[in-house]
Design a protein around this ligand. Structure first.
Ligand code: PLP
Length: 508
């Protein structure tokens, strides 16, 4: 069983000793000093730093120990099972990291002339073509830096499209199901639209009657993930896309769950017009805690002129790749340079390594693992699967501990904390909001059966302990982790996220 280390919680700033150095650079020659002075004179005075950047002064040894200890106090996909629903925390093959750390990739600069970085342009061009093929889209931008950023890019494209159709005055609403990820309504607001939430039906899918009664000439589009956050594939997807297209709306596909359908079915064939990928989830980049990621966006041919610039073009006549700034209605740039290149390179090598058959097998295994787990978990006393208990799920499912909570007062939060004491990362909890005491479980395609069985055994143990009244260990969990149960409300209301904030707090 994985156990976190419990090192003293010292900040690197607190280890700082004036004058101590971790790295030494050679003295500058007089020519270099002169050049530096010249460069400095080109920067206007108000931009020059007036005081030191206040970095900790520590030796190399202290830096190495500090970060090694931090990593030992942490938990990641390389440490153990991480079934954090909707986040696709799967094992990321090391070959992808090797590709991303190649010197040819690391030592290039985005301002280099296209002629000198043909290999990188080829990677971007081919990756964009493969993603377009997988999603059934025509054109693609690799710029967005995350799924949420992809959503923003996609909805800005939708906005500009309606603007060029002179429809924007009327079309100011976007439909989002109540099971949607929070970034969907947030994106809608950020892009200046009003969110119209529609309820799910008893099967956890889009309620077609509710959809029909919400759709009007004001509908600019709909955001949907398929399979949805309950892990259920929308059986009426064709009808849904037709209803939205019937009022000149556009269909937006949230691709966070793409590992459930890859190689099997394409959003473009379902009727979607704009698609984002969560490259870091689907195509292997170790992610979490806010990065790193990439959220490429694909569009149907009618929307290609709206893509951010530049995209990468290929000319077979001279076998050269180049940047293409020629997109008539472009929404402009959405990120500096050309995207999160190392994440794109990981995705490129992952796709190249697996090939078409391998990618299809990824989704088959993701769905198989989830269905096995769902069937086993639903049998445990106190748990149920409110949506889709008797049908098969896709890559994830949402378990409810409502009965357990009602009968024993053990909550989804208690369950998560006790899982930590058993060396397992908990699932996503209390999401989606339509499931009480929700545990959203995504085993991913990379986990072997014995690991999944371990998790199921711990859930069984929790149920047995709860029903026999032996809840002390569950209620005080986690005790084995480097950090115990935290006060979530205090953490959300009084976050201390910089050393400066901590110093101010200490001086209060
Ligand atoms: C369904 C869904 N949509 C969108 C997102 C946002 O993606 P990202 O975290 O890459 O910004 C997530 C992230 O978990 C998600 O699960």
């Amino acid at each position: 069983m994985f156990k976190q280390s419990k090192w003293p919680k010292t900040l690197i700033f607190d280890k700082s000793t004036p004058g101590r150095q971790g790295y030494q650079v050679p003295e500058l020659s007089s020519l270099e000093r002169e050049q530096l002075e010249k460069a400095r004179n080109t920067i206007s005075n108000n931009l020059l730093r007036k005081s030191s950047p206040n970095l900790p002064e520590v030796s190399e040894l202290e830096v190495v120990r500090h970060f090694t200890r931090l990593s030992q106090m942490n938990y990641g996909v390389d440490s153990g099972f991480y079934p954090l629903g909707s986040c696709t925390m799967k094992y990321n093959p090391k070959i992808c990291d090797t590709a991303a750390s190649m010197l040819q990739a690391q030592n290039i600069h985005p301002y280099q002339p296209a002629d000198t970085v043909q290999g990188s342009l080829q990677v971007m061009y081919e990756l964009a073509s493969w993603l377009a093929e997988l999603s059934g889209m025509t054109g693609l931008t690799l710029q967005p830096a995350a799924g949420a950023h992809g959503e923003y890019t996609g909805i800005m494209i939708l906005r500009k499209y309606h603007e060029t159709q002179n429809n924007l005055v009327i079309k100011n609403e976007i439909i989002v199901p109540d099971s949607a990820h929070g970034t969907n309504p947030a994106t809608v607001s950020m892009c200046g639209f009003k969110t119209i939430v529609i309820p799910s039906n008893g099967d956890g899918c889009v309620d077609i009657d509710a959809l029909k009664s919400s759709v009007t000439e004001r509908t600019a589009g709909m955001m949907l993930t398929n399979p949805n956050t309950l892990g259920i594939f929308e059986p009426n997807i064709k009808e849904i896309t037709e209803i939205i297209h019937g009022v000149d709306g556009l269909m937006y596909y949230d691709g966070a769950n793409f590992n459930a359908i890859m190689g099997k079915v394409r959003p473009g064939d379902m009727g979607f017009d704009i698609v984002h990928f969560n490259i870091h989830k689907t195509f292997a980049t170790p992610h979490g805690g806010g990065g790193p990621g990439a959220g490429p966006v694909g569009v149907i041919s009618r929307l290609v002129p709206f893509l951010p610039v530049p995209t990468v073009a290929y000319n077979p006549a001279d076998d050269k790749y180049s940047f293409n700034y020629d997109h008539k209605y472009t929404i402009g740039k959405v990120r500096s340079y050309f995207g999160n290149f190392s994440t794109l390179l990981r995705a490129y090598s992952y796709i190249l390594r697996l090939g078409q058959a391998g990618l299809t097998r990824v989704s088959e295994m993701a769905n198989l693992n989830a269905n096995y787990m769902k069937t086993q978990c639903a049998r445990i006393k106190g748990f149920s699967v409110p949506y889709g208990e008797n049908s098969s799920c896709m890559h994830e499912f949402v378990l409810s501990a409502k009965k357990l909570c009602k009968e024993t007062e053990i909550t989804a939060l208690d369950i998560s904390k006790y899982l930590l004491d058993n060396g397992l990362h908990p699932p996503t909890i209390y999401f989606p909001l339509i499931v009480p005491e929700a545990l959203m479980i995504e085993p991913t395609e990379t986990e072997p059966k014995e690991v999944i069985d371990d998790f199921i055994e711990v859930l069984k143990k929790i149920s047995e302990l709860a029903y026999s009244g032996k809840t002390t260990d569950i209620l005080k969990a986690p005790v084995s982790t480097s950090i115990g149960r935290i006060d979530d409300v205090k953490a959300a209301r009084e976050p201390i996220i910089s050393y400066r904030m901590l110093k101010a707090k200490r001086n209060e």
